[in-house]
Design a protein around this ligand. Structure first.
Ligand SMILES: *[C@@H]1O[C@H](CO)[C@@H](O)[C@H](O)[C@H]1NC(C)=O
Ligand SMILES: *[C@@H]1O[C@H](CO)[C@@H](O)[C@H](O)[C@H]1NC(C)=O
Ligand SMILES: *[C@@H]1O[C@H](CO)[C@@H](O)[C@H](O)[C@H]1NC(C)=O
Ligand SMILES: *[C@@H]1O[C@H](CO)[C@@H](O)[C@H](O)[C@H]1NC(C)=O
Ligand SMILES: *[C@@H]1O[C@H](CO)[C@@H](O)[C@H](O)[C@H]1NC(C)=O
Ligand SMILES: *[C@@H]1O[C@H](CO)[C@@H](O)[C@H](O)[C@H]1NC(C)=O
Ligand SMILES: *[C@@H]1O[C@H](CO)[C@@H](O)[C@H](O)[C@H]1NC(C)=O
Length: 377
């Protein structure tokens, strides 16, 4: 998400003890026919139990953002306080009600800060979480195909660092998955003129059709694909922001906005191929489960147009109903963005939440197909 600063101050008190458990490692996934529901929120004001009580069932996935380096020196660390010492759904490896931390790592100092020490720290934390009874979906340097984060549009370094981290994670944790999670490529390369610097290896990698420019004729995903062996889950950030013609304004989401966007089709009409078919290529083609890692529908209270409920409902019905899940059968986790954020080009703070306001919550819970999702105890 652009213009979102979710940098939490963390301090972790874990010893850097790393054990090799290749024989027992496995990719955490929900049971067959089930999907995980999750929430992203500010942990200072919200919690897994609060989110679950709003929905009425214990959800299993919670997102936590962390910068690099992880601070391993504190006494009472953020992770310890919020995950290890607070109610967080946990259980034996492989049990259906074991909780999942969607652990998003943001290298705000740049990809060069992800050195061997940083990787060892990440591995240590993930191994500790796995031992504690929590699965981890490790979403490293998300939205790397956009130019708004310090780790963006550097495919050469990104792929190299992702591979190093994946190798260490796979060798030394028992149930941590590597999540590759770009931004939806419909508006790629996002800036009017790409910020890619001509003459660099990154530029060459991004100029996928070799015509000397990086523009919307180039592939918005493939330059950053780290390789099948390094990726366990495929993810995406995909928000409804009013539609191309109505960006930043209140509008009802297109009927198949989520499906069309994931398949690279015209988001509104569903015809034509606007960008490569992401879902077919990386999810179905690679047989990787898909996590909708960041999502929500923009409603700007300062603007006219449709009601908040109608806008948000137009989006969530594409994610949590039986027909929606039937359309995207490999979408195995849906993580709601229950946060306030600043959205580029839109005045005021935007509230993406669907479970906070009572009228929205009632409608959301009524539309949510509970039997399709996996719940905790
Ligand atoms: C959770 O809900 C309780 C009761 O409504 C509230 O007091 C608390 O501040 C909320 N937030 C957290 C982080 O627990
Ligand atoms: C992971 O395990 C391998 C094999 O035991 C070891 O060589 C490597 O240093 C470990 N990596 C990290 C980051 O702990
Ligand atoms: C663990 O798996 C990795 C990657 O497959 C391999 O390089 C490493 O040698 C393995 N370590 C052990 C101790 O088996
Ligand atoms: C990039 O450099 C190449 C080779 O010098 C040139 O042909 C091309 O026009 C340049 N592209 C841009 C966008 O400047
Ligand atoms: C796209 O599909 C719509 C129907 O959904 C059709 O009316 C329209 O003509 C199509 N446009 C193009 C450019 O094919
Ligand atoms: C939004 O931007 C304002 C002004 O820069 C800032 O004070 C506020 O913390 C931001 N809110 C969020 C949720 O990021
Ligand atoms: C919920 O999903 C189940 C399983 O797919 C299905 O049998 C049921 O009809 C769905 N309920 C609604 C209201 O769509």
């Amino acid at each position: 998400m652009r213009n979102v600063n979710l940098l939490f101050v963390i301090s972790l008190a874990f010893a850097v003890t790393v054990r090799c458990q290749n024989a027992t490692r496995g990719n955490p996934v929900p049971p067959p026919e089930k999907v995980w529901l999750g929430g992203t929120f500010f942990w200072t004001v919200d919690s897994p139990s609060n989110f679950s009580s709003r929905i009425g069932r214990p959800a299993l996935v919670y997102q936590w953002y962390s910068s690099i380096p992880l601070d391993m020196t504190g006494n009472v660390g953020y992770l310890r306080g919020k995950v290890l010492d607070s109610p967080f759904p946990r259980g034996p490896k492989g049990s259906a009600d074991r909780g999942v931390l969607l652990f998003t790592i943001e290298p705000f100092g740049g990809l060069a800060t992800v050195d061997l020490k940083a990787i060892a720290d990440i591995v240590s934390v993930c191994a500790r979480l796995n031992d504690f009874g929590v699965d981890v979906l490790l979403r490293f340097a998300h939205e790397m195909n956009g130019d708004w984060y310090p780790w963006g549009i550097q495919p050469v370094a990104y792929k190299s660092v992702f591979a190093s981290l994946a190798t260490a994670i796979h060798a030394n944790t028992t149930s941590t998955a590597m999540v590759w999670s770009p931004n939806v490529g419909t508006e790629y390369p996002f800036s009017v003129v790409s910020k890619a610097v001509n003459g660099t290896a990154d530029f060459t990698a991004m100029d996928t059709n070799g015509d000397g420019v990086v523009n919307n004729n180039d592939d918005p995903y493939e330059p950053w694909w780290p390789g099948d062996e390094h990726v366990d889950w495929v993810g995406m950030s995909l928000y409804w922001l009013g539609g191309t013609a109505n960006f930043g304004n209140n509008a009802i989401p297109y009927t198949r906005f989520l499906y069309n966007s994931l398949h690279g089709l015209n988001p509104q009409t569903g015809n034509g191929t606007v960008v490569p078919d992401f879902y077919t290529k990386y999810v179905v083609g690679r047989n990787k489960p898909f996590v909708l890692a960041e999502t929500g529908a923009l409603y700007a209270p300062s603007k006219t147009g449709p009601k908040e409920l109608d806008i948000k409902r137009g989006m969530w019905t594409q994610m949590v109903t039986a027909p929606a899940l039937d359309l995207l059968p490999m979408m195995k986790a849906v993580v709601l963005y229950e946060n306030d954020v600043n959205v580029s080009g839109v005045a005021g703070v935007i509230d993406y939440s669907v479970t906070i306001k009572p009228d929205l919550r009632a409608a959301f819970v009524a539309d949510l197909n509970f039997t399709r999702f996996q719940w905790g105890r």
